[in-house]
Design a protein around this ligand. Sequence first.
Ligand code: PLP
Length: 623
Amino acid sequence: ADPYGLDRWADGLLEVLDNGDLGIRDPEHPERPAVSLPSIVRDLDQRGVSAPVLIRVGALLRSRIAAINEAFAAAIDETEYEGAYRSVFPIKVNQQADVVDRIVEHGAPWNLGLEVGSKPELLIALSRELSDGALIICNGVKDEEYVRLAIATQRIGVSCVIVLESVGELDVVLRVAERLGERPLLGVRIKLTERSSGPWASSSGDRSAFGVGASDLMTIVERLREVDMLDCLQLQHSHIGSQIPNVNEIRAAASEASRFFVALRRLGAPLSYLDLGGGLGVDYTGEHRSVDHSTNYTLSEYCVNVLETVKYVLDDGDEAHPTLITESGRAIVASSSILVFDVLEATYYDRAEWIEHQPGDHELLANLIHIHDYIDVDRLQECVSDAEYYRSELRANFRRGLLSLDQLARAEEGFLTVIRRLKKLARQADAVDEGVEELLGQHVDIYHGNLSVFQSLPDSWAIDQIHPIVPIQRLDEMPTRHAIVSDTTCDSDGRIDRFVTKDGVSDWLPVHDLVPGERYHLGVFLVGAYQETLGDLHNLFGDTNVVTVELLDNGEFELLAETEGDTNAQVLSYVEYDPKACLDAFKKRVDAAVASGRVSAAQRRELISTYRYSMSSYTYFEH
Ligand code: PLP
């Protein structure tokens, strides 16, 4: 039994240990025992780093960088591609210093470069010690200052390629280059006509805001020729969109980009780099299909398909194979971060105790209770419909003033007991009608998680991104409940209601009964891409604690880095409050109460120290 479909999406990196803990395997050392995730969480808790906590795992990041570069190397051999491959990490996918530093360090053997889309991202890239052959690809809207920085740093041996996004940008570049007396390294971003599918389809096609079409491309080439700088045009860029589910869309985009490439070479541009941008997807659901959140290809199929396509078009045009660049971000970082949060309490959508009929019960309530007498595995549909009907009629009676609150409460209890029995029977049935399953599926428990979806999983709120969620303990017990997860914000959108389970995607998560006094942690996986930076301060829940860990050979782990989550004072300052001024204002209010005799001196002291302590504490629920 694999209720969470680990076999499909976890890529062998997660394993259920004998004691029911979820273990993390080190892909670089398959011979080592898996490290228990609950033991990491317990250890962190003892050190004062409590959940919710984002755990970055060093080996998971390193192994992805290696996997992508090695897969391209193997595909180059297989396809007899004559150019090289260069990986470039787009900083926007995870800008956190610890992550970028590790990517730069681990990517050095492959000359991994960085892609930037803004001035701050360029400032990051320029401050990192990249290997000699690494490129900095400068995308995004560029003002003079951006361009000056990119061109001037050529003098210290940094290879910044300014990717022209428009004809207007060329004017800026020419002006700055002339002033600095430098010949810039240039690229041009092509607007592909081929449209992709998936949530980021608008990065390509006519409506894409980025890149130039054929006519502007001709203008750029002519202008560069006029000023005798066509030889500066070294790179052609395109980006089909992120998380492309279908390999044929990747092939089509690579083919179109390659045709542009051949055409530009024919016009005299000595292009040596073909940059195909990002798009390599992550199979979040493990369905291995061309649908949102999944992919119908493996990493090695991606590499072979891209290289084969480029090679075919370049050979057809009789042009030498360029160095191929991809800007995979998601595929590098997604799997390296795990968010762990605890469940604070549960709202169960069923009741164990049966309700007995009492004299004076409303007739509809008596009917609801009577379902108990004919409930049976062969009459599931009938029983679900009856229960729904009687409850809805009873609620309508209450609204009209025809039913007491006490009777309504008994009706709700009675309904929940029927649902519990129906769910139990449905689990025993060989096959359950889809309609029944859907109806029962609506009556799921709510597990209240100590997290903010808006802060830690913003894509799950904004674009219904699915991240696999798994309890990290008790996996040797079959989960008996179906739940959705709500967060600690006071927002009805602050919930997660789509999950990866053994059957694919479900609108409930299999979970265990909570045991009083025992912590129950859920892990959210594949959250390393985009989530940290896109997160926001809804309800003023701040950044969570973040740690970087290294897996050791004896099933233990080492804590490499820790960043404390935001305190209440920090989040207040983000929204323009001065925490010290808040404390002073609070003191004044307390002093007024002391003056009027409502509060004693000792109570004043306690009130102020409580307020002061709260300023310095974590924004999330603390045990
Ligand atoms: N390159 C560019 C220009 C992008 O806009 C993006 C993101 O959409 C990426 C690379 C990263 O894409 P992905 O995370 O799908 O690899």
